[in-house]
Design a protein. Structure first.
Ligand SMILES: O=C(CO)COP(=O)(O)O
Length: 243
């Protein structure tokens, strides 16, 4: 099997039920050969999943249940209709001090619940400026991706922290360098690492999507702001389908 193409939208803390009309519009733009995923806020997971589009959470707890006010278990996401969960997003790593080990434990919980883990890695601007990007990514991959990862249960997303929500993107060469490293490390560690879907995320827009999808080992995108409106997300889906 080859890596599947995936256009994933991360709605972050945006959207109320009024936003569900966008899902209907996005569904009309679905393309053969390109998987779709919407990760809405937890309050909308069930409603989005009910529309028949693959749906993901944005985090889960490492434990299956218990006294963890405000948290959500992988099984609960699954019960609400989710098939995926984003883990280790830089906003979680920063806002909630999530370590690589915590992300890996969440990924194990996600796999046990039958969810596909979308595990995020990415360097800060200071780390890039210091020439540490490849070391940072390699360390995050080693620490955040659990041994039970397979191409069927895990997707990786490279999201440079400095490119998220800023309108800035790395050069194609910089993206290519990181995705090649990811492919190498995953292939060396996992029997089917060559088939794992690798996403790029960070200021993906209709205007830059086709260029980014032409980069080797970029199998799709994890899109923030431009996934909130079908008018922005649909051309990105079309660009991926055409890549
Ligand atoms: O963080 C992101 C997706 O998870 C990227 O967000 P933007 O597309 O808004 O830069």
């Amino acid at each position: 099997m080859a890596a599947r193409k995936l256009a994933a939208g991360n709605w972050k803390m945006n959207g109320t039920r009024a936003a569900l009309a966008e899902i209907d519009q996005i569904l009309t733009e679905a393309q053969p050969g390109c998987d779709l995923l919407i990760c809405p806020p937890a309050t909308l997971i069930h409603a989005v999943a009910t529309k028949g589009i693959p749906t993901g959470g944005q985090d889960c707890h490492a434990n299956p249940s218990g006294a963890h006010t405000g948290d959500i278990a992988a099984d609960q996401l699954r019960d609400a209709g989710a098939s995926h969960v984003i883990l280790g997003h830089s906003e979680r790593r920063t806002d909630h001090a999530e370590t690589d080990a915590a992300v890996a434990a969440k990924a194990v919980a996600a796999h046990q619940a039958g969810l596909i883990a979308v595990i995020c890695v990415g360097e800060t601007e200071a780390q890039r400026d210091a020439g540490e990007t490849l070391d940072v990514i390699a360390a995050q991959l080693a620490g955040s991706v659990p041994d039970c990862a397979t191409a069927a249960n895990t997707v990786l997303a490279y999201e440079p922290v400095w490119a998220i929500g800023t309108g800035r993107t790395p050069t194609n060469e910089q993206i290519a360098e990181v995705h090649a490293l990811m492919r190498d490390r995953l292939s060396a560690r996992f029997a089917d690492g060559a088939d794992m879907t690798l996403l790029y995320g960070g200021s993906v827009k209709p205007g830059n999507a086709a260029d980014i999808f032409a980069i080797p080992h970029v199998n799709g995108a994890l899109v923030g702001g431009a996934s909130l409106k079908a008018s922005d997300f649909s051309p990105i889906i079309a660009a991926l389908a055409a890549a």
